[in-house]
Write a protein that binds this ligand. Structure first.
Ligand SMILES: *Cc1c(COP(=O)(O)O)cnc(C)c1O
Length: 231
């Protein structure tokens, strides 16, 4: 068995066990394999082992690998520059990192040109970290309101990147906060806002994230091993 196959089985087992513990259905958790720095060959192997969705954080990497990787849904999970939207608008299934209105306007414009609706998640910087992108919790409602005229964007949920803590228990509070906001927005039934996906949890903290209500986890290292940024 290859290490990729073994790692995927392992992650799936951990999803299963975590769900069992708290009475959630494992099938409700979408696993996104994060493939930044991972070459097409290894991505294709993961797809052969049942991975259906992959996450990249750089537009350039999507462009580079796009033709060599098929039968998979691409998710843009990293910071997106407005001038790069045009390159990925016809390639990605979902953008997880919507965090400002001019980006939303550009996505809307490009989606319209391609006659498609783009699914997005609003990125929230729950822990208020200086170094991270995303809206403050207090800005989310106003942001959703300002997006209402943008007919080619469908908000599908919220995303966050928790601070890295050796002990994932230390970030539980942030997941709790975002889940509460997710539920609060859901009942408001805003136009073109459907709170379906809560994208939170990475290799180090996905179990805690699932316990707190995540239904979309983004796992890189846990599947492909540690990343080599020098290649
Ligand atoms: C790299 C990355 C991940 C995956 O991180 P791992 O710790 O390797 O699982 C998840 N989400 C985002 C936004 C990332 O950039």
């Amino acid at each position: 068995m290859t290490y990729i196959k073994r790692n995927i089985l392992n992650i799936k087992k951990e999803i299963y066990e975590t769900c069992n513990k708290i009475g959630r259905k494992p099938d409700d958790i979408q696993l996104i394999a994060v493939t930044k720095t991972v070459d097409s060959e290894r991505i294709n192997e993961a797809i052969m082992q049942g991975i259906t969705d992959i996450g990249e954080n750089r537009v350039q990497e999507i462009m580079k690998k796009y033709d060599d990787v098929s039968n998979v849904g691409w998710h843009l999970i990293g910071h997106l520059q407005t001038n790069k939207v045009k390159y990925i608008i016809d390639k990605v299934k979902m953008i997880h990192s919507l965090d400002r209105i001019n980006l939303a306007e550009e996505i809307n414009k490009r989606a319209k040109q391609h006659n498609r609706i783009m699914d997005v998640l609003v990125q929230v910087n729950v822990a208020n970290e200086e170094t991270k992108f995303g809206l403050d919790c207090s800005e989310v409602y106003e942001f959703l309101e300002r997006m209402q005229p943008l007919e080619y964007i469908q908000v599908k949920g919220l995303m966050t990147i928790a601070p890295y803590e050796e002990n994932p228990e230390d970030v539980r509070k942030y997941f709790k906060t975002l889940k509460a906001m997710f539920e609060e927005i859901k009942v408001k039934k805003l136009p073109r806002v459907e709170m379906k996906y809560l994208s939170m949890g990475m290799t180090n903290d996905f179990k805690v994230a699932i316990e707190e209500g995540s239904n979309m986890i983004r796992v890189g290292t846990g599947i492909f091993g540690s990343r080599n940024y020098n290649k």
